[in-house]
Design a protein around this ligand. Structure first.
Ligand code: ZN
Length: 479
């Protein structure tokens, strides 16, 4: 970041001032935890006219250099929080530099000890090369092999598909310094061609068709990657089920359903190498998050288990699972810019207690936006210490950010009361006077070391605005 110049703060402090934190973390209890991202809406560099903050099949409008910088900065950020890695959808596109740019971000991340995992469409979602004229791009492939085309993607029974996807995977692992791959076959995609229908005859009758399609699409790629996984024990290969792991059927709704649609999907007995199964926890966790104050001194509050979508003791049908939540993103209730600490704490705790090895949240919004910054810090905390209280988070994590344990603890206590609507007048006055003290540090003539104080300044000013006034100013959604 030397190009930004030195100014009044030195290089190390400048990095801190970008809200990139370097925290002391032990070995995480949820080691396979990731930031989930789409390239077009991953905005860690804010001065690009092509910024977008939504979407999953968008074109990329930012400058190619911004793609590289966004992911370099997010890699620095993940490294500082002890978050293992980053899922990247749109890893490969002609519009942001194709193979060369992807090589750069993957090796940059690897150099920081961060695992970069491209999103890989098998029978849908662009294939391995998301957008552009490339042999492993889905559209390019279908144009050359029209017999493999089916409504919504590629037919997983087609022998040309099988050859193409395996060849493509070998190319991915040879070409890029990636630490794994994240498969999706197309959100409940179903091919109803004759070959795929015939496959059903030798398949358990009551198994959901979309899981059968996942078996057809994912079996060969997952089994093929065994040799890569044997070579590199740290490699993480995940595949989306699109559902939670609650046995049973939800009528009338599929998106983010907590239910598997059956007791045990048959693919778990069909695929020999499952690697890591990615469960959607979005609607397994409470839809009305527990008040933050409930977590203040209780890391495992009993009310959390009063939840029919995630009964206490429930575990997925197979081990080696990871979880994914959409809260705090554009994908659920427009919550991309919201503070969701309660849901993050709950997801990490419940995932850990159910034997999952990691949790993923979105990592698209810059940490310069304070609510997201708090989410990221809470995520870092609870993937390392899922059973901790909110007070522990304040002391250990915010305490390190503020260089002051007591201040970190007090800050989160006040955030919890603001969130629950129980701030007293005395507490409001306390927040206002804290803000005044920090604002004085940025006045001309002040002889302050802002390198140490900018985080405190940003966090307290945000809380003052949220708790006392001018709400709209600080929830603007233009990142
Ligand atoms: Zn088919």
């Amino acid at each position: 970041m030397g190009e930004l110049g030195q100014g009044n703060i030195n290089g190390w402090e400048l990095e801190k001032n970008m809200m990139i934190f370097n925290l002391t973390r032990p070995k995480p209890r949820l080691p396979e935890s990731f930031f989930w991202t789409w390239d077009q809406s991953t905005n860690w560099m804010l001065d690009d006219p092509g910024l977008q903050n939504f979407g999953s099949s968008n074109i990329y409008l930012k400058k190619p250099g911004t793609f590289v910088k966004d992911y370099e900065r997010l890699s620095d950020f993940a490294a500082g929080l002890g978050v293992k890695g980053i899922f990247v959808w749109g890893f490969l596109r002609d519009s942001h530099g194709g193979v060369e740019a992807a090589k750069r971000i993957a090796s940059y991340a690897a150099g920081k000890g961060v695992v970069m995992m491209p999103g890989a469409g098998t029978t849908s979602y662009g294939g391995l090369y998301y957008e552009g004229n490339h042999p492993y791009n889905l559209k390019t492939f279908i144009e050359k092999n029209p017999s493999a085309k089916t409504s919504g993607g590629i037919c997983p029974s087609n022998p040309i598909y099988k050859e193409w996807i395996l060849e493509g995977l070998d190319w991915m692992f040879e070409t890029f310094q990636i630490g794994g791959i994240n498969f999706e076959n197309g959100d409940f995609f179903i091919c109803d061609c004759d070959a795929c229908k015939a496959h059903k005859e030798n398949w358990p009758r009551d198994d959901p068709d979309f899981f059968r399609m996942q078996a057809l699409a994912n079996k060969l790629p997952l089994e093929h990657l065994k040799k890569q996984a044997d070579k590199n024990k740290d490699l993480l290969i995940t595949w989306a089920t699109y559902t939670g792991f609650l046995p049973g059927i939800e009528k009338g709704r599929m998106t983010m359903t907590p239910y598997m649609g059956c007791g045990r999907p048959a693919l778990f007995d069909d695929i020999k190498e499952l690697h890591s199964t990615q469960w959607t926890l979005t609607r397994m966790v409470r839809q009305n998050p527990l008040a933050l104050t409930k977590f203040m001194d209780d890391g495992v509050p009993e009310e959390l288990f009063d939840n029919e979508c995630w009964p206490k003791g429930l575990e997925p049908p197979v081990g080696n699972g990871v979880g994914f939540i959409h809260q705090g993103s554009q994908w659920i209730n427009g919550s991309r810019y919201n503070q969701i600490i309660s849901t993050i704490k709950e997801s990490c705790l419940r995932a850990y207690m159910s034997g999952l090895k990691g949790v993923s949240i979105h990592g698209e919004v810059t940490s310069m936006h304070v609510p997201n910054s708090l989410n990221y810090l809470a995520f870092s905390h609870f993937i390392h210490w899922p059973e901790d209280t909110l007070r522990d988070f304040g002391r250990k994590t915010l305490g390190e950010v503020f260089d002051n344990e007591a201040e970190g603890e007090r800050f989160i206590e006040l955030v919890a009361h603001w969130d629950f609507g129980t701030l007293t007048d005395g507490e409001k006055a306390e927040i206002t006077s804290k803000r005044k003290e920090l604002v004085a540090l940025v006045q001309v003539g002040a002889d302050a070391d802002m390198g140490r104080n900018m985080h405190r300044f940003r966090f307290w000013c945000w809380l003052q605005k949220m708790a006392i006034g001018e709400k709209e100013m600080h929830t603007a959604s233009f990142y």
